[in-house]
Structures are given as structure tokens and as C-alpha cells.
Design a protein around this ligand. Sequence first.
Ligand code: ADP
Ligand code: MG
Length: 259
Amino acid sequence: MNTKIRVVERLAKSEVRGRRRRGTQGGSDEIITLNNVSKAYATGAPALNGVSLHIKKGEFVFIVGDSGSGKSTMIKLLLRELVPTSGEINVMGYDLVRIRHRKIPKFRRNLGIVFQDFRLLKDRNVYENVAFAQRIIQMPNKDIKRNVPSILATVGLAGKYKAKPRQLSGGEQQRVAIARALVNRPSILLADEPTGNLDPKNSWEIMKLLEQINENGTTVLVVTHNREIVNAMQKRVVTMKKGVIASDEEKGGYIDDED
Ligand code: ADP
Ligand code: MG
């Protein structure tokens, strides 16, 4: 057999071995992989039905779709808050179907998550709300004292350390939640309708902040209903419909529902 063919064969075999080791993950630059994922709750039609989705490191992706189309279910699966009924999920190299329970906290450390309703600790000030995320991972106090002001400056809240959540506008509260999500330097930021409680001006500012975070290297997934912003930002848009991906477009727009 000629040498060139042997080399090619060897490369092909090592590729197969590599795939086995990586499990369901499609490639080294892929950070989120869903293969044929379904999720059924105890009652009703499946919330997700055979969803496959591949997201590369550093992407910014909008997830849009009607209420009840399965967006939050997808986010919860990515957080390993839920386990799929069938299919494969790989996030940052972790096989989320087979992951051991004791490994889940370590896995979640590399994820930042932001919700529509901010979920701040009401009786703690801004500094403590953000520091809390660092205390959970046992970051030394001297590092917390450096990291928290730095991340608060990044989100535009340098002067608000001592304020309690109720003394802040909705937009400012969401910035605190984003700072808390980012302070441990996650690889991925997930946001489930982060502008759902905000007026148009604050919504724009929050989306621009998420874009800036993405430009600094974090992979960002944003579930949103904000048609105007999605159409203007020209990012990848995944549209969910009744538990399936109805479209997935680079530099997409918000597709109007026909029904
Ligand atoms: P979205 O975020 O797009 O509005 P969800 O993922 O929250 O959609 O919900 C998808 C479907 O799953 C809906 O039909 C919803 O009623 C159902 N669902 C969501 N959570 C639960 C649950 N905990 N138990 C039963 N059904 C649920
Ligand atoms: Mg939802």
C-alpha cells in the first residue's frame, strides 16, 4: 500500500477515536451541541421535539418564537436543570445526559445566566449581590474586592455599589444581574428574555451590553421577543415553533408568524 494512503487511513482512524472521546460534540470549536433532543413533561405535547443545534465558541445567537414554543425548556436543558427525554446534549465538552451529579456545580461555574425578573437578593446591596457569586465558588476576599468593582465598571454601574435593588431602575437591576452572571468569567452567557421587563431604551442598552460581552469572547445566547432589536442587530436567529426549530439564519430577522 502506498504511504500516502496509509497516512490518510491513520488520520481517519484517529478522527474516529477523537469523536468517540468527545462524545456527541461535533468539533473542537463547538461549545453547544444538541442532537435530536426531545423533552416531554409529565403532561401535554413534548416541549421540544427532535431539536438539533450547533453553536460555536464566540457566537451570538438569538432564540425567538411564540410563547410555549420551548425556548425556556432549551435554556433549562443547557443548564442541566432538566434532562432530555431523548437525544444528546454537549456543553463545553460535558455530556449533559451522562454527567455525574457531583460534577454539575463545576460544570455550572462556566455558565452565566440572566432572567427576565433579575432575581437579585433584595436585602443586599449591589456589591454583595455580585460578590455572592464569587463567595459560592470560594473566591478569596482579596480577589472579590478586585473583581466585583471591575465587573461593575464593565456593566456601567461603577458608582452604585451601595444601592439596594429597590433603589435602582429596571435597567440598572438587570446590569447587576449581568455583572453577577459574569463575575466568575463564564465561557457562555445564557439570557432568558433579559429585556422582558424593560422599556425600549433600557432594552437597547442591555442588548448592546450583551453584544459587547460577546465581542470580548463570551458565547452569548439570548431568548427574546424583541422583534425590533433582533431585526436591527443582524445576528444568528434560531426560531422555535411548537418545540421544533422552524428556521436558523445567519444575520437573520424576526420571522412573522403566519397563523
Ligand atoms: P417558552 O419559553 O418558549 O415560552 P417553555 O419552554 O416554557 O416555552 O414551554 C414549552 C411547553 O412546555 C409549553 O407548552 C409549556 O406549557 C410546557 N411546560 C413548560 N414547563 C413545564 C412544566 N414544568 N410542566 C409541564 N409543562 C411545562
Ligand atoms: Mg420562556
